[in-house]
Ligand binder design. Structure first.
Ligand SMILES: Cc1cc2nc3c(=O)[nH]c(=O)nc-3n(C[C@H](O)[C@H](O)[C@H](O)COP(=O)(O)O)c2cc1C
Length: 338
């Protein structure tokens, strides 16, 4: 599937071996099945589902079940759950196991008020005993499927406690810890602090996944070198850029990497949209609504991008996307900016 270099090191989480390159971050509203498949095709070492409510699964919401399913081409894949009650977490894990995820991940980093307000996501960073209890309940229910946890550096800048929380989670049976080096009160502003990730790595013996602000091979190499983390996780750096995983894998293997030209980018954008349409149960027009932001991301960074991105937000059919891509290529050819 992916063009992984032959001698890439492996990191084991439970019985899953993951190439030590870069994995895709869970991103609700972005990293759906089509997105995950694109990232796997272009070299992501592992992917994670969008976060799913533990309570939602227990009350068997149909959409929730769809969010938890795993297709062979996505593997290795983690399904991510969020919740604030150990009992619901355990029951949700039991249901999710039907889909045979390679890993079950628990979200303890989400900053959005809707999640935090229920005591889940990054709210758990303020209650280490409860966080550990939730993790223990999930581990018990998961049997031999590994349970990992994704955290932030802390709740606020004056309460950075990721190393302490990570230790408690390891004691509760977590098989790996992913750390986004921002506090909850930073949301997505400022920068991700590698120092906290380094401190978590020093605090636990399970694999640590470093996350935050990875936009290419150089930042990824720095993350590995400065923190000693076992894996690197990429979120927004993959927007309109599934190639980032190939770039990272090639860089780490010391291989030459030629970034894709505009024609290849546009053809991959159309491949991504076709995949979205084929996987969607919605009409072409409705599915195109969801594809718009992705189309806009693929056109980032060129002459006239702003105007074209605006036009992406009006796309309502695949044929329109195809013509827009052709027009964009012709414009860059005329400007000599290919
Ligand atoms: C649109 C969006 C949705 C996200 N959804 C989730 C989620 O469902 N679960 C989660 O643990 N983190 C979620 N995150 C956080 C990312 O996984 C990641 O930790 C964060 O974006 C920092 O990494 P980056 O700088 O590489 O983007 C989301 C981030 C974004 C931007």
């Amino acid at each position: 599937m992916s063009d992984m270099p032959v001698k890439t090191e492996m990191v084991s989480i439970g019985r899953t071996d993951i190439p030590r390159t870069a994995v895709l971050a869970p991103m609700a509203g972005v990293a759906d099945r089509a997105y995950r498949l694109m990232c796997r095709r272009y070299g992501a070492a592992m992917v994670t589902s969008e976060m799913v409510s533990a309570k939602g699964i227990v009350y068997s919401d149909r959409k929730t079940a769809q969010l938890c399913s795993v297709t062979p081409e996505e593997r290795p894949m983690a399904v991510q759950l969020f919740g604030s009650e150990p009992e619901f977490m355990a029951r949700a894990v039991d249901i999710v196991l039907r889909y045979e995820p390679d890993i079950i991940d628990i979200n303890m980093g989400c900053p959005v008020p809707k999640v935090v307000g229920t005591g889940a996501g990054s709210a758990l960073m303020r209650d280490i005993p409860l966080a550990a209890e939730i993790c223990r309940a999930a581990v018990r229910a998961a049997g031999d499927t590994p349970v990992t946890v994704k955290i932030r550096s802390g709740w606020s800048r004056d309460s950075v406690n990721a190393p302490e929380l990570a230790r408690a989670l390891e004691n509760a049976g977590a098989a790996a810890i992913a750390v986004h080096g921002r506090t909850r009160d930073q949301f997505y502003s400022g920068v991700s602090d590698p120092e906290v990730i380094r401190a978590v790595k020093a605090a636990v013996s399970v694999p640590v996944i470093g996350n935050g602000d990875i936009t290419g091979f150089d930042p990824c190499r720095r993350m590995y070198e400065t923190t000693g983390c076992d894996l690197v996780m990429v979120g927004r750096g993959s927007y309109g850029n599934p190639f980032i995983f190939r770039e990272i894998a090639a860089g780490l293997a010391g291989e030459e990497y030629a970034p894709p030209g505009l024609e290849e980018k546009m053809s991959v954008m159309l491949e991504h949209i076709r995949l979205m349409l084929s996987l969607s149960e919605k009409s072409e027009e409705m599915a195109m609504h969801e594809a718009r932001k992705h189309a806009a991301w693929y056109m980032n960074g060129y002459y006239g991008s702003a105007k074209f991105r605006g036009r992406c937000y009006q796309l309502s059919s695949y044929a329109e996307a195809e013509s827009l891509a052709e027009e964009f290529i012709r414009l860059q050819e005329r400007r000599g900016t290919m």
